[in-house]
Design a protein around this ligand. Structure first.
Ligand SMILES: Cc1cc2nc3c(=O)[nH]c(=O)nc-3n(C[C@H](O)[C@H](O)[C@H](O)COP(=O)(O)OP(=O)(O)OC[C@H]3O[C@@H](n4cnc5c(N)ncnc54)[C@H](O)[C@@H]3O)c2cc1C
Length: 434
């Protein structure tokens, strides 16, 4: 059994599976089921409702959080959120840079802060050693643990179940999370001063969306790779931007798809989208101290200027700026400022589209009198947006059942899929006039 209100959130696809309700429960009544939804193990003795107060699935008050973090007014038309400057940079350690998702900025920053006693550890996400393709959170309190967590894991991960561990631990910790994780951490910081004092820095990842955890497992099954022969699965292996690669027990490497991670993600997110991600309006992790992404901008020749592996950083708060300055002065990070104009490309497109589509979908739920996430803000949407959302929903049709999503994946990974992709690439290049 699950408390009635939590059940309402789960049954109406409002649960982000961030894990905060499990982490906050003072009586340890909740646990996560195999799909990372909360479930009850002990009866709730006092109904304190802390689980609901920190839940980012049902409600995130964007105006309130903007006031809390930036002391400013929220502007729904700006999906970038508040920021001081935009930088592109990377770790000055070659191994960290090469092993990471983008430029290893997050991993190097955490290592620097830890080694220089600016933080006692970091909340990070590691590959689950017992469940291939899944991820789990960890309170890293050593350099080797921070290094182990490098790279993005593009699957649902209930990071905020570590709230319980943080509350019990002594010290101050950096937190790394997706927008839904950060929403809930900020909500908790607003009501719990003691917890707030334990968070030294919030590093937010940009997030188009995450994936259901069966995505990598289905990829392996379709490629006829036996789980028992695999040592490790990485989402961002190889030269930037990398791709999904498994390391077999005999040491050989096997790439799971054609092209790079974006090509794989373009297929996977249409088939393995968690329903709640479709209603999320935060692509740039607006309430983090710094938000980190891939620099997907292209130059006039249609090439990526930062192809050697760099991270894009949006510096939002004084805390974020202070720690980045320290790591740069300490020689751990190479950073250069870029203009907002050079940034107004693919990254901004993702954020704008994500927000618009989410508001159209919310409008649909409201019209049908169905429950929807409350953001306490509204974006003006046009008929063109509504039409684009219809097109985007058509793309998501195969993802509706387990059978059709596997079928879609099978086609995408076959020679027919490669041909469709080639045609798409030619059309895109034509559009850009290349
Ligand atoms: C689900 C997801 C969606 C993303 N979507 C986009 C996008 O649309 N556009 C874009 O430009 N960038 C996106 N990113 C961010 C991008 O993939 C890189 O994580 C980012 O550029 C940081 O690179 P880095 O080399 O500095 O980080 P690294 O040094 O590789 O460190 C990565 C850090 O992220 C943490 N982490 C990894 N996976 C998760 C997770 N699932 N939940 C919480 N923390 C995690 C790790 O603990 C580690 O500390 C996404 C990341 C994720 C996990």
């Amino acid at each position: 059994m699950v408390p009635k209100r939590l059940l309402y959130i789960i049954n109406n696809n409002l649960c982000t599976r961030c894990g905060a309700c499990v982490g906050i429960c003072p009586h340890e009544c909740l646990f996560l089921d195999k799909n990372n939804f909360p479930s009850q193990q002990n009866p709730c003795p006092i109904e304190c409702n802390f689980c609901l107060k920190v839940c980012p699935g049902l409600e995130v008050n964007f105006s309130k959080l903007t006031r809390q973090v930036f002391e400013k007014k929220f502007d729904v038309t700006n999906p970038m959120g508040e920021f001081k400057k935009i930088l592109v940079g990377h770790s000055t350690n070659k191994t960290v840079r090469e092993n990471a998702s983008s430029g290893g900025l997050i991993t190097q920053l955490l290592v620097y802060l830890f080694e220089n006693n600016k933080t006692d550890g970091a909340i990070v996400t590691i590959a689950d050693p017992n469940n291939l393709g899944k991820a789990k959170p960890m309170l890293a309190t050593s350099k080797s643990e921070i290094l182990e967590a490098t790279q993005s894991k593009y699957v649902i991960c209930p990071v905020n179940q570590v709230i319980r561990t943080i509350r019990k631990a002594k010290g101050k910790f950096a937190f790394v999370g997706l927008p839904c994780h950060v929403h809930s951490i900020r909500k908790l910081m607003a009501i719990d001063r003691k917890f707030s004092e334990k968070i030294s820095l919030i590093v937010g990842l940009y997030c188009h969306m995450t994936l259901e955890t069966d995505a990598p497992v289905d990829m392996l099954e379709i490629s006829k790779v036996s789980l028992s022969d695999i040592k490790q699965l990485e989402f961002r292996s190889g030269k930037w931007p990398g791709g999904i690669v498994v390391t077999m027990k005999d040491g050989s490497l096997k790439k799971m798809h054609k092209g790079h991670i974006k090509d794989a993600f373009n297929i996977l997110h249409r088939l393995y989208y968690p329903k709640r991600c479709l209603y999320c309006i935060d692509g740039s992790n607006e309430f983090a101290d710094i938000s980190v992404a891939d620099p997907w901008m292209k130059n006039q020749n249609g090439q990526y200027p930062f192809h050697k592996g760099s991270s894009l950083v949006v510096v939002r708060t004084d805390v974020g700026k202070k720690f980045l300055d320290l790591a740069q002065k300490g020689g751990a990070l190479f950073l250069e400022e870029i203009s907002i104009e050079s940034f107004l490309d693919l990254n901004l497109l993702m954020m704008k589209k994500k927000r618009k589509m989410a508001f159209v979908r919310i409008e649909k739920l409201r019209n049908k009198k169905q429950p929807f996430p409350q953001y306490h803000t509204l974006l003006k949407i046009t008929n063109r947006d509504r039409f684009n959302e219809i097109l985007s929903s058509i793309e998501l049709i195969l993802g509706k059942t387990e059978f059709t999503r596997k079928l879609g994946l099978r086609i995408a990974l076959s020679p027919i899929g490669s041909l469709i992709k080639k045609i798409g690439d030619i059309q895109k290049r034509r559009k850009r006039g290349l």
